[in-house]
Structure formats: C-alpha cells, structure tokens
Ligand binder design. Structure first.
Ligand code: SF4
Ligand code: SF4
Length: 223
C-alpha cells in the first residue's frame, strides 16, 4: 500500500491559482484506504473547490490510480469534462499523478504527498516495514527488516542505545534489532546475529526502477 497524506487545502489552492476549472482524479486503491483520494474525499474536494469559485468539470475514481493504460482509457471516456478543465488535480500518490501526466496535455497537480510503502495494521493505520531496497535480507534477520524498521538502518545491530526493547531514537517504537534477536532466538539461529553483514550495495535500487516480465518464460527481469 502506498501511503499518502493530503496536502493542506491552501497549498492545493495555490497549485490551482492559474486554473479556473479543474478535473479531479481519485484512486480506488491505496488512496481510498488512506482517505486521500476515495469517493468521499473527491466529493469533499469538489465542494471545497466549488466554494472557492473553481468549476469542477468532472471527476473519475480510478480502480488503481497508477495504471497508465486504464487511466488513458478513462481520460478518453471523460474527454469532454477533461477538455473543459484548465487543470487536473490528482488525488492519489505521485505515481498516479505521473500516470495522469501521460494521459493529458493539461497541467497536472498533486493533491497528496506520498510518504511510504506501508503495511496496513488496521483501518487507517499504516507502518513502513520495507524500503524497497532491491536486495532483500529478511532470510538472515528472522523476517524483520532492519533497513526499514531500525531508525539507523544498521545491518549489524543493535546499536548501543537500545533500551528495554525500545529504540533510542523513538522510545515509542520497538527496537528492530531486539525483535530480530528474539525471533532468531526462538528459531535457534542466534549464530546469524554473530555473522558480519557487509555494507549494503545500494546499486540494486538504482532509480528509476524498471521491471519487464518475460512472459514466455514466466520470469521477471529487473533493471
Ligand atoms: S531488506 Fe527490508 S527494505 Fe530490503 S527488500 Fe527486504 S524488507 Fe524491503
Ligand atoms: S535502538 Fe534498535 S532500532 Fe533504534 S537505532 Fe538502535 S538498533 Fe536501530
């Protein structure tokens, strides 16, 4: 789940200062779960923008906001409403906003800030547990990621600051390395704690990421 947070309304208004009319794009997937781009939020945004004298020419809520082909299809289906608008306000993540960029010549603006890839703990509660590092080491850390869940991202932990299982940087949070220790202890694999981990090779996540599946072989090729 891509976690987003809506920008303050004054910021959105500033983005739209040169546009008298706007077309809204929501997302039925992550942004709906984050309450930043679902049906209710698109409706609310329509009312707020109308209250500021902006004409909302139409809106669409994508099943998945970052699906470029679907989005182009929807834009074609909403050609008239889109044609009347001076701008497109995208209420999904940055990927969705750029998907919209590919589908129209109109100026495109983000309504949200995109924060992280988050696990859903319960409705409305998200936590980052993976930083998409491109070289997963969960096999040696008991399935708990120090890259994302240790504040210092250290690979040979814990640091000297762990205190009764909590992190020195944020005492509200469990120390990832204490969790890793406890898990490996349960598995009888504490020897993995003693093995030195070399510095991470960040070349595996050279940006921009790209993956093209090789369909005939059923495998995938990442770059
Ligand atoms: S090591 Fe952590 S950040 Fe890297 S892929 Fe695995 S879970 Fe994600
Ligand atoms: S206390 Fe634990 S989670 Fe916090 S920075 Fe140190 S090793 Fe990482």
């Amino acid at each position: 789940m891509i976690v987003t947070r809506q920008k303050p309304f004054e910021v959105i208004l500033k983005e739209l200062e040169d546009s008298k009319s706007v077309f809204l794009v929501g997302c039925g997937d992550c942004a709906t779960a984050c309450q930043t781009g679902g049906e209710d939020q698109v409706k609310e945004m329509t009312e707020k923008l109308s209250g500021e004298g902006k004409e909302v020419t139409g809106s669409v809520i994508m099943e998945t906001g970052c699906h470029e082909l679907d989005l182009k299809k929807e834009f074609r289906a909403h050609k008239d409403e889109l044609g009347k608008s001076g701008a497109v306000l995208v209420m999904s993540c940055g990927a969705g906003c750029q998907a919209a960029r590919e589908g129209t010549e109109k100026p495109v603006f983000p309504a949200n800030d995109t924060l992280f890839l988050g696990n859903v703990l319960r409705v409305g509660q998200f936590e980052e547990k993976c930083r998409l590092c491109g070289d997963c080491l969960l096999d040696i850390t008991g399935g708990i990621c120090p890259v994302a869940r240790c504040h210092k991202g250290i690979l040979n932990g814990p640091c000297g600051g762990t205190n009764e299982g909590k992190c020195e940087v944020d005492p509200e949070k469990d120390c990832a390395w204490t969790l890793i220790y406890q898990q490996l202890e349960k598995e009888g694999k504490l020897d993995k704690m003693r093995a030195y981990q070399p510095p991470k090779n960040w070349n595996t996540v050279l940006k921009p990421g790209r993956l093209v599946l090789e369909r005939e072989k059923g495998g995938g090729k990442g770059e």
